[in-house]
Each structure stands twice: as structure tokens, then as C-alpha cells.
Design a protein around this ligand. Sequence first.
Ligand code: C2E
Ligand code: CA
Ligand code: CA
Ligand code: CA
Length: 276
Amino acid sequence: AKSVGRGTIRVFEPEMEALATARSEMERGLRQAIERNEFVLYYQPQIDRTDGIVGVEALVRWQHPQQGLTSPASFIPLAELTGLIVPLGKKVLHMACRQLALWQVCPATQHLTIAVNVSAKEFFDDGFVDYVSHTLNETGAPPEKLELELTESQLMQDVDAAIKKMQALKQKGIRLALDDFGTGYSSLSQIQQLPVDQLKIDAVFVRDLVFNRNDIAIVQTIINLGKALNLDVIAEGVETQAQRDVLAQLGCHKYQGFFYGKPEPAQTLTENLMVT
Ligand code: C2E
Ligand code: CA
Ligand code: CA
Ligand code: CA
């Protein structure tokens, strides 16, 4: 029903209606799932140059009663569209901080940081800084072990407001990372103003890195930028030893990707840490 011309509107109408119904059904389901705490966090390791695990990224999953474990790609966009990302993000932050607090009592996990993804709607929500602060207090998680992942495009929506919020978070001792770095269009002078601790090289530049000269040039530039601004640089989407080796040669010293480990529940992740 993709033909253009007169009369096609009649064809589209029922389809659009069905789409709208499906959307509101999904929205209702999502809202209910948040209330019922059907979301769980998976954790993916972040590795340093000595192959030691230094932290994890928390990645949300919907433990759907019928459909089973569901990936964020299938519900985060709708959550962002409907604003439900705000209550969902609060649950995510709370779970991550609780995990951080739990990890403090064990020598094998004490040093780990947890990175949490924060959407624009959550970040620009008025209560965001207070909620983060409150959650840290309530759970007893150490602020310097919590890292918030923001994207440049999200921050560029309102740079001045963003910088103020980021400074408030930095004042509480929280770490900040720029996620999907290199895919946005912010200028160097804008980047330099942002109070961040880490750049995350987007996976698209890592994928073909081993044989693509342009990707090598881009990654080298990001690493140099990190050095110049005294920021950590981590590469995501590292799937092979060859990618890891090229990254190391270029001066990148932190890695995340399937080569080191897929996202997994805290339980199995820490079990593996204990035995190795
Ligand atoms: P992201 O923040 O860029 O997270 C990285 C994604 O790449 C994750 O997908 C991860 O599982 C996947 N990944 C990790 N290593 C590899 C690899 O070596 N190869 C490949 N092909 N993929 C790899 P996931 O878990 O499906 O999450 C997708 C996106 O959903 C995330 O992208 C993030 O934008 C969003 N998201 C996930 N959890 C949250 C959350 O708690 N809050 C918010 N606001 N967004 C979240
Ligand atoms: Ca991320
Ligand atoms: Ca990313
Ligand atoms: Ca991404």
C-alpha cells in the first residue's frame, strides 16, 4: 500500500489506526512493566591495557512474562517518545547503585565502576541531579564509581543547560562519559567545554578498523583529542583480537565488546571474577 496518488489515503487510514492502537497498547504494557519491576540490568565488562576488568556498562533488559528477555532496541525508543524513559531510568539508576553498593563489600569487585546510560529526556528532567544524589545516598553507592553515559547530540540540544547539570553532577563526584563519540557534529571548542572524564569511541569506527584507513584516522584523532584534554578513551564494539591490537597501537587503553564479554547478569559476571 505504498503507491502515491489520490485515493490512497483510504488505504492508509486503517493502517495508521492499527499502528496507533499498537503503539498505545505497547505504551500501556511498558508503563505496567515499570510498575511491576520487570526490568533487569545486564553488565558488560570494560577492560584495561593489562586485560583486567575495571568496570561495567549497565544495559537494561525487559524480562517480559510472555516474550522473555527483550533487548532495549525494542522498547527504549517508545520509552523516550512517551516520556516513560524518566521513570524507567530511575529504576535503572537505582538498580545500578544498589549493585555498586553490594560490590563494595567484596575485594574482587570493590574497584569496579558502573556506567549507566542516560537519555536526553531523563538528563534534562528537572529532578535529575537530585534524584541521582538521593539514590546514591539511599543505596550507599560511592559516587566516584558511578559513571553516567551521555551523548554529544543530546548535550548539544542545550549546551549551556547541559554544562550546568554536568557541573552539578561532577561536584557530587560522579564520573561522566561521552557515549557514541565521533558520530555527532559538535565542534572541538564545544567538546572542550564539557566537564567529562571519558570518551567512548563508537562501535562503527571499530568495526572495520583493521582494514579501513579512514576509521584508523578517525580513531587516532579521538585518541589524540582524549590525550590533549586529559580524558580516558574507551573503545566499544571490540569483537576481535586484531581490533584490540590496532586500538592498543593507536594508544587506546580501555576496551569493551564481545571479544571480552557479552552483557550478563551481575551474578554470573562476579562468579567469573571470583574464579579468575
Ligand atoms: P549503547 O549505549 O551504545 O550500548 C552498546 C550496545 O552494543 C549494547 O546493546 C551492547 O550489548 C552492544 N554491544 C556490546 N559489545 C558489542 C560488540 O562487540 N559487538 C556488537 N555488535 N554489539 C556490542 P544493547 O544492550 O542492545 O543496548 C542498545 C542501546 O540501548 C544502548 O546502546 C543504549 O543506547 C540503549 N540502552 C541500553 N540500556 C539503557 C538504559 O538503561 N537506559 C537508556 N536510556 N538507554 C539504554
Ligand atoms: Ca552506552
Ligand atoms: Ca555506545
Ligand atoms: Ca549506541
